[in-house]
Design a protein around this ligand. Structure first.
Ligand code: NAP
Length: 244
């Protein structure tokens, strides 16, 4: 059985990706940081459907914990066929309101954690393996409302480009999946049950509605599949036609 690690898989997009990859036949490592009960529920749902999964706690903003996560994958699986770097945080702050502490935490989780976790896992990824990084549609537009968050996603997209070049000869693909505005907890405060928020989100997407987590999971599953064997170093835009 092939193994996939999905970071930040206790909730939101990562949860949907974990459930989908399990359905596609992967044994799934479900990483979480704080939501232990939610991560265990994801494992339970996977096992209930006949799949295989295990939960692993690690705050990717803490380097030692990212390294411990890689070590756990080495011990549990030995080989990592698919790495989905999904865990991420993001608050919308314009430049005037961004604090050094919040900026550092954003980069620690979204960029440094992803970078060093991936580095530690590289020896476990076999020829033909897959790395999928969840970025954001805001990396291709001007988004001053969340400038530092956008910068973290831009950094990941450049990381993807370089790593795809390095790993290509081994048939390992590295791609980004860039979601638009998706109905998850991160947007719940302004979006869920708020017609004005929904109208705003719809106005930013050509498809004139908010995206759902399964719509992102499907794109990630494709990028992780053998079907995507000749796609690397690029961004699969899943923004519903965001800001066209
Ligand atoms: P979410 O609903 O807030 O879920 C975030 C997930 O990441 C949770 O499982 C959380 O686990 C985990 N996580 C947070 N901080 C972590 C840390 N330091 N270490 C390990 N895991 C951590 O977020 P989401 O909307 O699904 O977002 C997932 C990814 O998609 C992020 O990279 C985000 O930037 C990107 N994205 C989202 C949207 C959107 O509209 N939702 C749009 C574009 C891009 P715990 O609860 O255990 O902490």
């Amino acid at each position: 059985m092939k193994t996939a690690l999905v970071t930040g898989a206790s909730r939101g997009i990562g949860r949907a990706v974990a459930l989908r990859l399990a359905r596609d036949g992967f044994r799934v490592a479900v990483n979480y940081s704080a939501s232990e009960a939610a991560a265990k529920e994801v494992v339970r749902l996977i096992e209930e459907s006949g799949g295989s999964a295990f939960a692993v706690r690690a705050d990717l903003g803490v380097l030692e914990e990212a390294h411990a996560l890689a070590e756990r994958i080495r011990r549990e699986a030995g080989v990592l066929d698919v790495l989905v770097n999904n865990a991420g945080i993001g608050a919308s702050s314009p430049i005037e309101q961004e604090t050094p502490e919040a900026y550092d935490r954003l980069f620690a989780v979204n960029v440094r954690g992803l970078f060093f976790l991936t580095r530690r896992l590289l020896p476990l990824i076999p020829d033909g393996g897959r790395i999928v990084n969840i970025t954001s549609g805001v990396a291709r537009i001007a988004f001053p409302e969340g400038i530092a968050y956008s910068m973290t996603k831009g950094a990941v997209q450049v990381f993807t480009l370089a790593l795809a070049k390095q790993l290509g000869p081994r048939q390992i693909t590295v791609n980004n999946v860039a979601p638009g505005i998706i109905d998850t907890d991160v947007n719940a405060g302004w979006l869920r049950g708020n017609p004005e928020g929904e109208a705003y989100a719809a106005s930013r997407h050509a498809l004139a509605r908010v995206g759902q987590v399964d719509e992102i999971a499907g794109v990630v599953a494709f990028a992780a599949s053998p079907e995507a064997s000749f796609i690397t170093g690029t961004t699969l835009d899943a923004t519903g036609g965001g800001n066209l």
